[in-house]
Design a binder for this molecule. Sequence first.
Ligand SMILES: NC(=O)c1ccc[n+]([C@@H]2O[C@H](COP(=O)([O-])OP(=O)(O)OC[C@H]3O[C@@H](n4cnc5c(N)ncnc54)[C@H](O)[C@@H]3O)[C@@H](O)[C@H]2O)c1
Length: 252
Amino acid sequence: MTTLAGKTALITGAAGDIGAAIARRFVKEGAIVCIADINQDDGNALAGELGEPTFFASLDVTKEDDWRMTMATLLSRHQSLDILVNNAGTLETGTIEDTDLAMWQSIQSTNATSTFLGCQAAVRTMKQTGGGVIVNMASQAAVRPRPSTLAYAASKAAIVNLTKTVASHCADNKYNIRCNVVMPGAIDTQMIYKNQVEGESDDAFVEAVNARYPLGRMGTADEIASAVVFLSSDESRFMTGAQLRVDGGGTI
Ligand SMILES: NC(=O)c1ccc[n+]([C@@H]2O[C@H](COP(=O)([O-])OP(=O)(O)OC[C@H]3O[C@@H](n4cnc5c(N)ncnc54)[C@H](O)[C@@H]3O)[C@@H](O)[C@H]2O)c1
């Protein structure tokens, strides 16, 4: 028996590195997966590769109307939403001195406001269809910020806090909706290279990042997918409002 057999899942940012790894694992675990992203080319290509149990939805997670339309499409096709993974996100670097208001607002919008909109849409839908699970994607940066990721770290801290309030509200109201957050350390994807400083070689960058982790290396997208499968399945049924750190010991 697969752990997500027959569950309907929506994964945002599913055309990206970690989102695609989650989508692949969800399909292996028996889920029906809505691959949602603003990147239509890569999203459609992934849905084409994974076939029948998946379909692509063009969803800009910062737009309330897009959420409404995606939920309506999903319900008309599959009658329920069992799992929402709020994975879409963006990283721009900047310290307190060189982050301008536009960058700050754009990062809060793509990372934090989007997670608020996703949780709201999911709670409204899931409470009518008997419950479900929400998994949010924060970062180690939420609790161990670096000076150069000011706006990103603040947006991820907001996601951690939001997760706890959503979890409490759903538990208080007996909605049968759990909400947890994954906090990855550095993961070997394209995004991590945005932290590379000018003139630094790839090898020197990777060596410096690896050295920050007690386990001696960055993680892989599939290692994050494993945590998301666990939090999405009944194996984690006594967990809500939890922060799952998947960071090679980076926050010890
Ligand atoms: N890579 C890491 O080291 C790392 C570490 C900690 C946390 N994370 C988090 O994991 C998540 C996935 O990261 P990734 O490494 O796969 O990055 P990625 O850039 O490969 O994927 C991000 C995806 O989000 C999509 N996206 C961006 N803005 C969007 C919007 N407005 N609407 C819909 N989709 C949008 C992009 O098109 C892309 O497909 C992010 O939330 C990121 O902050 C990543």
